[in-house]
Design a protein around this ligand. Sequence first.
Ligand code: NDP
Length: 351
Amino acid sequence: MRKILYICCRTKNCSSIMNSETYIHNPNRYESMNYRRCGKSGVLLPELSLGFWHNFGENHDEACGLDIVHYAFDHGICHFDLANNYGPPNGAAEERFGRYMKQSLHTHRDELFIATKAGHLMWEGPYGDWGSRKSLIASLDQSLRRMNIDYVDIYYTHRYDPNTPLEETMQALVDIVRSGKALYVGLSKYPPEVARKAYAYLEAHDVHCILYQGRYNMLTRQPEEIIIPQAHANGTGFIAFSPLAQGLLTDRYLQGIPDGSRMAVNHFLKADMLTPSLVDKLSLLNEIASRRGQTLAGMALAWLLRDERVTSVIIGASSVGQLKENLRVRENLHFSEDELTAIDNVLNTNG
Ligand code: NDP
């Protein structure tokens, strides 16, 4: 599907093919993906989206990242999830994405649904963090410059700011939509009682909140209680982040902590999480997955997508191989009642 220009890749686990101007997209890319509607909006998103939290900072090979992005796009993943602070350092993932846009994706801008966010510490001083109007608007302008784009498809408030009036944060989102710098807006990690007020404020100002982004995976099921039903009732889609619990819900840690894994190199996934009882649980889940003819990663993603109210899951991948494996989720999305019960029994085991 593409002409290839080989450039040396420093990352050993990625057979990189750097291919900027020579990249030719796969004409059949939309055939292998399902698209789900964001709540009651007009927007469809792929069941799998690609996240840039890790794997696109200065500590990861740029060519390898481009391969991942191309592979994703070639397989119908047209939603890319970024944030101002993704890196490291802060802003590096957006800058890299901006280069990818310039190199090979700009001709496909209208096929892409690009997200960014503001709300976590980005720059020093009183305006580089949280949810003031000043911070959200300045941060979006920076993000657009870094990403080489004129607008984002969705702009999120990355987290609730208890010290800024909710009305100020929401009005900033409304004004951003009016300015044309974002087409849609979303909430990330808002507590349910605040999300309810935020949805209502936006609705009252003719800006429908199309997505709630929250952590949801087999090991973190809280969104099932209020967040997902609440979003659904509001006509808001739910998009899950860290669907593989940062790699725990794969075979990556069944035999210990491999070199180069997120747990080995990154403080966001701490080694003390990997208790013997968690490894037992993961091994049991892995056995259920094998019986379904799936990897644990595939089953973990399918399990999230069993709920039609989940619009999409945002996966991370440190190699094309991982992405390839995760895309195979679509080969078995169905769960029998017995399988769901067996999974619940494992997940409900204490320890
Ligand atoms: P995942 O739970 O999908 O974890 C991704 C990591 O799991 C990969 O980097 C890789 O780690 C490992 N992995 C993935 N697939 C496989 C596989 N098939 N086999 C073995 N290991 C695998 O998602 P993330 O935690 O990365 O989050 C995804 C996205 O969600 C982020 O990029 C971001 O866009 C969004 N997000 C949003 C947040 C918010 O506050 N709104 C917070 C966090 C994330 P390894 O490096 O070890 O190879």
